[in-house]
Design a binder for this molecule. Structure first.
Ligand SMILES: [Zn+2]
Length: 386
């Protein structure tokens, strides 16, 4: 059995222990110690990482799992049974998870007391903390939960973990029916919950608690939260973004939303104007184009695929075979015809000028790699015997 030092002192960063067993398996060298401060994966909290020092050697601990009564440390080298080791935990990683985990308790506890919803899913890793609730929440609900969580943070309330005797009479949150000794974590006034994880000693040490985004999920709500240092880092980065946007828009940071809205409105107006001008230009090109023996070929610089199709469609109203193309290197081309197999005609033209294309019967769309002009396209259509 491994003694769980992380339950005696959640802030323990180093410790000494004796190796009880060591065997190789597919995840590395599985080392069991008589006592450990390494937290194994559990209760939604990822495992610790760190090092075991012995003699002149250092074993990296890359994974930690609880198996029955033993805590297994997966190491990059063997350590003989009986060896005394000094353990050291990657504290920054562990403390970050303690802040996220404590904040998650508080958030879930406050949602439960304010709205009666249960936390039905919790996922935490180095980047995200995701919590699922079994009821709908709107933005103002989530803001109210954040306010109450942070009030508990500012009041620096104690976070107490232990195995109380009167657990049967207690009201606490739990995702499943529990048996055996039940570990209860009380996070200030915010939460009482059964949990096997590690938490900060007070609500204040969890740091600020922020909900970033939320979405409807399986009839309830999925919320991304950030706590402690992560919340501060996030705030710094988003603040940088806001000032960058303010610089780009030449607008005071408090007004970037209004400024962006008016820019987008302006862009929409310009797009509409451009579309009108393009349509007028197309109509002019179509009016000027003359059909020769049912063939109408028009070149326009800078045609994109949609405009080529639009122009060819208009030309097809006054001809049996219409070709619209841009004529530049890798320029777009569209062929509409009631007298030819358009795919075969397209292949004939791309055979001569390079390029590729395809389409439905009656319409070919593609591009040609070489520069070309109207006379060359007309000659290619005439030479086609499809
Ligand atoms: Zn917990």
């Amino acid at each position: 059995m491994s003694v769980k030092l992380y339950y005696d002192d959640r802030y323990m960063k180093t410790f000494t222990a004796t190796v009880q067993s060591c065997r190789e398996d597919k995840k590395g060298w599985a080392v069991v110690l008589d006592r450990t401060a390494f937290y194994p994966e559990g209760g939604g909290q990822p495992h610790d990482t760190g090092r075991l020092y012995f003699g002149e050697e250092t074993a990296q601990v890359t994974d930690v799992r609880e198996k029955g009564e033993q805590i297994v440390h997966y190491c990059d080298r063997p350590i003989p049974a009986g060896t005394r080791v000094n353990g050291e935990i990657d504290w920054e990683r562990r403390f970050d998870f303690m802040q996220q985990h404590t904040g998650e308790h508080m958030f879930s506890g406050v949602v439960h007391s304010m709205f009666g919803y249960n936390n039905v899913g919790f996922h935490m890793n180095e980047n995200d903390v995701v919590v699922d609730f079994d009821g709908p929440l709107i933005k103002d609900d989530i803001k109210a939960v954040m306010d109450e969580c942070n009030r508990c943070v500012w009041e620096n309330q104690p976070v107490i973990a232990g195995f109380p005797d009167n657990v049967k009479d207690m009201e606490y949150r739990s995702k499943k029916e529990l048996s055996g000794p039940i570990r209860i974590v009380t996070a200030g006034q915010a939460d009482v919950c059964a949990c096997c994880g590690t938490h900060t000693a007070t609500t204040a040490r969890a740091g600020p608690i922020a909900a970033l985004s939320f979405a409807a999920y399986k009839g309830g709500t999925r919320i991304n939260i950030l706590c402690g240092k992560r919340a501060v880092e996030y705030l710094k980065n988003r603040n940088d973004d806001c000032y960058e946007i303010s610089h780009i828009l030449s607008s005071p940071v408090e007004k970037i939303t209004d400024s962006l809205r008016s820019r987008l409105k302006e862009t929409e107006m310009l797009k509409a104007q451009l579309a009108r001008a393009n349509r007028q230009l197309m109509e002019m090109l179509v009016r000027q184009a003359a059909a020769e023996n049912g063939l109408c070929v028009v070149k326009k610089d800078g045609l994109d695929a949609a405009s080529a199709r639009q122009l060819a469609t208009l030309l097809a109203e006054k001809s049996r075979t219409a070709v619209a193309f841009s004529g530049e290197e890798n320029g777009k081309i569209c062929i509409i015809s009631t007298e030819y197999d358009t795919n075969a005609l397209g292949r004939h033209i791309s055979g001569a000028l390079g390029g590729k294309g395809g389409g439905k019967p009656g319409m070919y769309q593609g591009f040609v790699t070489r520069r070309t002009d109207e006379e060359r396209i007309k000659a290619l259509v005439r030479s086609f015997n499809g």
